[in-house]
Design a protein around this ligand. Structure first.
Ligand SMILES: *[C@@H]1O[C@H](CO)[C@@H](O)[C@H](O)[C@H]1NC(C)=O
Ligand SMILES: *[C@@H]1O[C@H](CO)[C@@H](O)[C@H](O)[C@H]1NC(C)=O
Ligand SMILES: *[C@@H]1O[C@H](CO)[C@@H](O)[C@H](O)[C@H]1NC(C)=O
Ligand SMILES: *[C@@H]1O[C@H](CO)[C@@H](O)[C@H](O)[C@H]1NC(C)=O
Ligand SMILES: *[C@@H]1O[C@H](CO)[C@@H](O)[C@H](O)[C@H]1NC(C)=O
Ligand SMILES: *[C@@H]1O[C@H](CO)[C@@H](O)[C@H](O)[C@H]1NC(C)=O
Length: 586
């Protein structure tokens, strides 16, 4: 074997190697990329996301905006529709922190509790925390609601207690939100209640005691995605259980994201969020593709699948174990344990008809398809657009909706005055970058309503219309920052970079192979024609040796001088030695 062939062979192999690498980069980059995402996105004590997840105070402040509805004509109830003025926004900077964080490697989950802290932000607030607001008296109504199935005597006693009161109460914004206000009924109630699960609130306020407390959101157990990134962020257990006692089976399943992480490779299918505030999952539906700082994202919104009262849903077959009526509930559920699978047809409604494409694809005989309207109804159903969270709020008749009854049954909106729903301000949405699942924009907006209904026993509520009374709505918006967007863009450019370098490598490799092939051919040509070149012939006698030296010179011309001379000497020596074999080689 002669040295030049060694060299040529080397370059040929290098060329082949580059082609192979280049082509595999072109075709295998999804695997590399997946590997990077798998290793980079799962949650661990050392991952990039951990610090922010653990404590959001280093992020740009999240703005929590609260609006209150001022009931301006409470004396005219029954004569005129209730009229509401929206007050606010009252703004708070929100910080979220985790506590008792424990990673369980054995099942790739993390357990934690969380707290939310709010700091008043006067700069963005319209109004003051001392504004006086007139609202339905939630405490009195809740008390009446709570005891509606109790003995008649109890109800009569309460009726007498309440008879001196009005339907509404005037409080400051601060009292209604954070500081709370005391009420004799609350004091009495907490001394009477013997249910250990009902906290003893001595005051009422929508966020009373919640600031900085970890007891409201409960204990959470979430997947970290360590072995399977597609499970990142999924809530597995809440308060140590995989079902809740707040809804009937199978609507009692703990499922969906805990809200902070979304696995990569998003499709346009629905995504599920478990809301601990509402004790139930919410379903986001794909709406459209939007752009934030030049990054494309899928926008999902809360729509009829969540808000409807007769939505059919196919459950994954492995969740069928939850379909038995396993729910342990408070007494008011027990009256009606329906057999769900045989009942999926029975609640077809007006609402269901205009969402037909989605729902009609399900066969009624499929045992995994459930009308979830039934299991969230608890017997009595709400008009669409309202979610009954009574059982999640210790029996207070609280109904959540989108702000201003956006996307709700028009009759609900028509029963009150002063509300003007619009898509821009009142949507509940999330935009995810589809490749990585990183949120680009989050807008959570909810309104709490109290169901005011007439009661024959409690005189305060005799002969009044049944109305869902809007009380308060709040929104938390967050958007990716410019800096985060640039980092994300770099990550997203990665596949393109891999593809391009794959192509470049393939081209260089092919050029190398072509060059080697050409040189090899040229050499063969020369040997056949035995060319005589005047200048080189003077240096070396043997025409065959001459070509070799010239070749070596050329190939090593990029290297520095030492190497060049070394090589030349090396080449000459070897040429001399091996020249005897020439006859055999060719
Ligand atoms: C709320 O409405 C009442 C009238 O019912 C009014 O006296 C009060 O000033 C209003 N509050 C604000 C902050 O406008
Ligand atoms: C501030 O609140 C008043 C009513 O209290 C309202 O008329 C006004 O539109 C609000 N301004 C903004 C910027 O929201
Ligand atoms: C919430 O708690 C923090 C820390 O204890 C306090 O600084 C802040 O003022 C509180 N916010 C409200 C709205 O009470
Ligand atoms: C994972 O393991 C921990 C510790 O054994 C346990 O507390 C938790 O409930 C488990 N999570 C799931 C989803 O099984
Ligand atoms: C709301 O749910 C509770 C129990 O969860 C039930 O008793 C009540 O009847 C429901 N109300 C309506 C209006 O659906
Ligand atoms: C479901 O919602 C529709 C539309 O809001 C309403 O007309 C219907 O009465 C509701 N169904 C039940 C069972 O309440």
């Amino acid at each position: 074997m002669r040295p030049w062939t060694n060299k040529l062979l080397g370059f040929g192999i290098l060329g082949l190697f580059l082609v192979a690498l280049g082509i595999s980069l072109c075709f295998l980059w999804p695997i590399f990329f997946h590997y990077i995402i798998q290793k980079g996105l799962f949650l661990s004590p050392t991952s990039n996301t951990f610090e922010i997840w653990n404590d959001t105070s280093k992020l740009p402040p999240l703005l929590f905006k609260v609006y209150l509805f001022n009931w301006t004509n409470p004396e005219q109830l029954g004569i005129k529709k209730p009229h509401f003025d929206q007050l606010g926004p009252y703004c708070f900077r929100e910080v979220r922190q985790k506590d008792n964080v424990i990673f369980h490697h054995e099942n790739q989950t993390v357990s934690y509790v969380q707290r939310r802290l709010w700091y008043f932000d006067a700069e963005h607030t319209n109004g003051s925390l001392n504004d006086i607001v007139s609202q339905l008296d939630v405490v009195a109504l809740s008390a009446a609601h709570k005891i509606r199935y109790w003995e008649y005597e109890w109800q009569k006693t309460l009726s007498i207690l309440l008879s001196v009161r009005k339907l509404y109460t005037r409080r400051t914004v601060n009292e209604l939100l954070f500081s709370g206000y005391s009420d004799d009924i609350l004091t009495m109630g907490s001394s009477m209640a013997n249910d250990p699960e009902i906290p003893m609130f001595d005051r009422f306020g929508w966020f009373y005691m919640r600031n900085g407390s970890t007891m409201f959101d409960g204990h959470l157990n979430m997947e970290t995605g360590e072995n399977d990134i597609s499970r990142l962020g999924i809530l597995r257990k809440w308060n140590y259980k995989d079902t809740t006692k707040h809804n009937k089976s199978p609507c009692n399943i703990i499922e969906g994201s805990a809200g902070e992480f979304w696995p990569p490779k998003r499709t346009k299918d629905d995504i599920t969020l478990f809301s601990v505030d509402m004790c139930r999952p919410l379903f986001y539906e794909y709406e459209k593709t939007t752009s934030h700082f030049g990054i494309e994202g899928y926008r999902y919104t809360i729509d009829k699948k969540t808000l409807g009262n007769s939505t059919k849903r196919r459950y994954p077959h492995d969740q069928a174990k939850f379909f038995e009526p396993t729910t342990t509930t408070e007494n008011f559920f027990e009256s009606e344990q329906i057999t769900i699978s045989s009942n999926t047809e029975s609640m077809e409604s007006i609402f269901n008809n205009h969402s037909s494409e989605d729902t009609d694809e399900y066969s009624d005989n499929d045992p995994d398809v459930i009308n979830i309207g039934n299991c969230y109804c608890n017997g009595e159903c709400t008009p669409s657009g309202l979610l009954n969270i009574t059982s999640c709020r210790y029996g207070a008749p609280v109904f959540m909706s989108l702000p201003h009854f956006y996307k709700a049954d028009p009759a609900v909106l028509d029963a009150v005055e002063g509300l003007r729903p619009n898509a821009n301000d009142h949507s509940f949405s999330i935009t995810l970058e589809p490749t990585t699942g990183i949120p680009l924009e989050v807008s959570a907006a909810l309104q709490a309503n109290i169901y005011l209904y007439s009661s024959e026993v409690v005189s305060l509520y005799n002969n009044i219309p049944n109305i869902y009374m809007p009380m308060i709505w709040f929104t938390l918006k967050a958007e990716i920052t410019d800096e985060m967007a640039s980092n994300l863009r770099i990550l997203l450019a990665f596949p393109t970079v891999m593809l391009c370098s794959g192509i470049v490598m393939t081209i260089i490799g092919l050029c190398l192979i072509a060059a080697v092939a050409l040189l090899f051919l040229a050499k063969k040509q020369r040997m056949v024609t035995a060319p005589t070149d005047g200048t080189i012939e003077k240096m070396i006698d043997n025409p065959e040796k001459k070509t070799e030296v010239v070749y070596m010179d050329k190939m090593s011309s990029n290297e520095d001088d030492n190497v060049k001379t070394d090589r030349r000497l090396y080449a000459r020596n070897l040429v001399n030695v091996s020249s005897e074999n020439d006859g055999m080689d060719t």
